[in-house]
Design a protein around this ligand. Structure first.
Ligand code: ZN
Length: 199
């Protein structure tokens, strides 16, 4: 027997399918939404569809942005000769929050994971290689996490780029194994960046 109406059940199912939201949270959110004023619900649904519709990859660094070229790539004051390679846009945001990194980024949108069947062709690696062959990059800082996948990806990128003669560095492993960059405090991030070593 269904405890709730079909519409409520569908909403709960959709919410429960989101990452990090279990059945109980989905129920709580569903009832919260149902009790929200209608205009707030409208704002929420609009912001979801607008984000989905209008956010895309920056043509240079592949981060998520509203513009063709993201504000970081478009900023001429940044050091365009140093590219930091991160796993995702949230990691980029974590480094940006420190306010101390002046280079630009490249966002992979994932890591190589043979276990999950994610190969080099499934992340934004070809875009990185193409970029550095066209721009006068002097250093590529690999800032993927220290999980097995993060390390595998770092090794792969290093092998790919080193033959070009461009300096390849890896952030220091002050970051806990499997640690999500996003949750690491700014001091630790900066220390990892400053303590980077050449591969
Ligand atoms: Zn960009």
């Amino acid at each position: 027997m269904d405890l709730y109406s079909g519409h409520i059940n569908r909403l709960i199912d959709e919410l429960a399918a989101l990452p990090g939201i279990g059945g109980k949270s989905a129920q709580r959110l569903a009832f919260y939404i149902i009790n929200m004023p209608k205009d707030r619900v409208e704002r929420l649904t609009k912001s979801i569809s607008n984000a989905r519709e209008n956010v895309h990859y920056c043509k240079k660094c592949c981060t998520l942005t509203d513009d063709e070229i993201c504000p970081i790539c478009a900023n001429e004051k940044r050091d365009h000769k140093t590219i930091m390679v991160v796993e995702n846009t949230r990691d980029l945001a974590a480094y940006e929050k420190t306010g101390k990194y002046e280079g630009i980024y490249h966002v992979l949108h994932g890591t190589i994971s043979p276990m999950l069947g994610v190969g080099p062709g499934d992340i934004k690696l070809a875009e990185l290689v193409k970029r550095i062959s066209e721009e006068n990059t002097e250093e590529v800082i690999i800032a993927t996490g220290s999980s097995l996948e993060g390390e595998t990806t770092a090794m792969y990128i290093s092998k790919l780029i080193k033959p070009t003669g461009i300096k390849v560095t890896r952030i220091a492993s002050g970051i806990p194994v499997g640690g999500d960059l996003e949750y690491i405090d700014e001091v630790t991030l900066l220390r990892a960046l400053e303590g980077r070593t050449e591969l």
